[in-house]
Design a protein around this ligand. Structure first.
Ligand code: ATP
Ligand code: MG
Length: 254
């Protein structure tokens, strides 16, 4: 599959009567990486989770607005499992299934009806893509929980990629990792540009500045989150158009 533009038009996420983020709009070009930054609690994870409808399972959570993939609006009536095949997600805490390394990849392939004879070939392909193959090829049937944190996170990225999504959502994918593993995962994310459209929440402004093509800055205003600026990375950091962006991003200067 090829990467597609991901666009959000005035997306709001509510928990009960309380908005976590309101009227958020942004556009990630096909194959580019956008960083989503902003202080804790301004609704970044909620916004990300709403894109592939992870919010469906939260009682009292309601989402409004439009998500477009390749210019086509996603329908709320579309089956969420099918949507998540197109839009994969990776979380802050590596969360491999408590299964063997290879079964972490076979399982989603089986769930989505990929024929048995193709599963191991696809699994090897993604393990190579995330740079894990050489490290794990001799222990594929051992538990994934025995891997290091950084290896687990690369396995989770592999698990998201094995279904060949067009978009990958990443919620602080490096922040639970030690500096060396964080760098390996960051380099992996950079290597995915072009083939996938990437939207990544990060608290690490220096990381956003290093690797993002564009940046969206969220902020709390009147008790709920909103987008204050969404632009090319160099413009956000060097010529911010909003004083909040200027003050916030000053932390990444130099
Ligand atoms: N399941 C939930 N039920 C009720 N309120 C929630 C739920 N999840 C998040 N919230 C609230 O929504 C708001 C935004 O939370 P969210 O986790 O999206 O912020 P965030 O920007 O990702 O923060 P952080 O940077 O700390 O991860 C917060 O006030 C939070 O308490
Ligand atoms: Mg969050």
């Amino acid at each position: 599959m090829t990467s597609l533009t991901l666009e959000l038009q005035q997306v709001s996420v509510y928990y009960g009567n309380q908005a976590a983020i309101e009227q958020a709009s942004l556009s990630v070009r096909a194959g580019e990486l956008m960083a989503l930054v902003g202080p804790s609690g301004c609704g970044k994870s909620s916004l990300l989770a709403s894109i592939n409808r992870m919010t469906d399972g939260i009682p009292g959570c309601r989402v409004s607005g439009t998500v477009l993939l390749g210019g086509d609006a996603l329908s709320a009536s579309q089956d969420a499992a099918t949507l998540r095949r197109r839009i994969g997600m990776v979380f802050q805490q590596p969360n491999p299934f408590p299964l063997s390394i290879i079964d972490n990849l076979r399982f989603p392939l089986a769930e989505h009806g990929v024929p048995r004879r193709e599963r191991d070939r696809r699994a090897e392909q993604v393990l190579r893509a995330v740079g894990l193959w050489e490290e794990v090829k001799g222990r594929l049937s051992q538990s994934a929980l025995g891997l290091s944190g950084g290896q687990q996170q690369r396995l989770c990225i592999a698990r998201a990629l094995v279904l060949e999504p067009q978009v990958l959502l990443l919620d602080e994918p490096c922040s639970a990792l030690d500096p060396v593993s964080s760098k390996v995962v960051e380099e992996l994310i950079v290597s995915l540009k072009g083939r996938y459209t990437l939207l990544m929440v990060t608290h690490n402004l220096a990381q956003a500045r290093r690797i993002a093509d564009s940046v969206t800055v969220c902020w709390m205003q009147e008790g709920c989150g909103c987008v204050v600026e969404s632009n090319a990375c160099h413009l956000v950091f060097e010529h911010p158009s909003h004083p909040i962006t200027a003050a916030y991003c000053a932390g990444a200067a130099g």
